[in-house]
Design a protein around this ligand. Structure first.
Ligand SMILES: [Zn+2]
Length: 197
């Protein structure tokens, strides 16, 4: 529709999740008329996130060093491990202030339709961590949708024979939804009311 650089920017923005063609166009023209210092800051932030951010070698949360802030925190307990799908779920649970244990980020959920099986997730790494013997309770905080439930069921079957208590967040979370969209109070209550499975 436009030529050259502005169309390139619209195309790139349009590839981002949740950004439709109209939004892409609006953002592109906003950038065009914005203060150069603001645009440089945005460009710098984009570059920096790729240069500096990596995955924690222990829990696979996002980190700026070998281990993430949560894994480095000596005040947290190693006895309770909470399994989530994505780093954004760690943020959602941290916001509730209910949890003082550690996390394990799977990197998704089992989804046969999209060809994602247990081997595509960080399940082997989870088993290695559990083999260390420190964990007493494993909280399965995968999303309350079909894929999340399937992943939780799969993990429960694998982990229960190891003699570790396995719990799932209580009901009250919107079914079929995404953990990150639950408000802090609902998610906090679901955490407190977690049940054995
Ligand atoms: Zn970590």
């Amino acid at each position: 529709m436009y030529e050259g650089a502005i169309q390139d920017l619209i195309d790139e923005l349009g590839r981002l999740p949740g950004v439709g063609p109209k939004s892409a166009q609006r953002i592109a023209f906003h950038v065009l008329s914005a203060d150069p210092a603001d645009v440089n800051r945005l460009a710098g932030a984009l570059r920096k996130v790729k240069d500096l951010v990596r995955f924690c070698t222990t829990c696979y949360n996002v980190a700026e060093s070998e281990q993430c802030r949560i894994c480095r925190d000596p005040r947290r307990t190693d006895e309770v491990l909470c399994v989530v799908e994505e780093p954004k779920d760690v943020v959602a649970i941290e916001r509730t202030g209910e949890f003082r244990g550690r996390y394990h980020v799977l990197g998704g959920a089992i989804n046969p339709l999209e060809g994602i099986g247990p081997d595509n997730l960080r399940i082997r790494e989870l088993m290695t961590r559990l083999g260390g013997g420190a964990v007493r309770e494993l909280i399965l905080a995968t999303d309350p949708n079909t894929e999340g439930e399937a992943t939780a069921t799969y993990l429960a079957l694998m982990v229960k024979p190891m003699g570790i208590a396995v719990t799932r967040l209580a009901s009250g979370l919107p079914v079929g939804g995404d953990l990150e969209y639950a408000d802090e109070i609902t998610l906090g209550r679901a955490f407190e009311g977690r049940r054995a499975i």
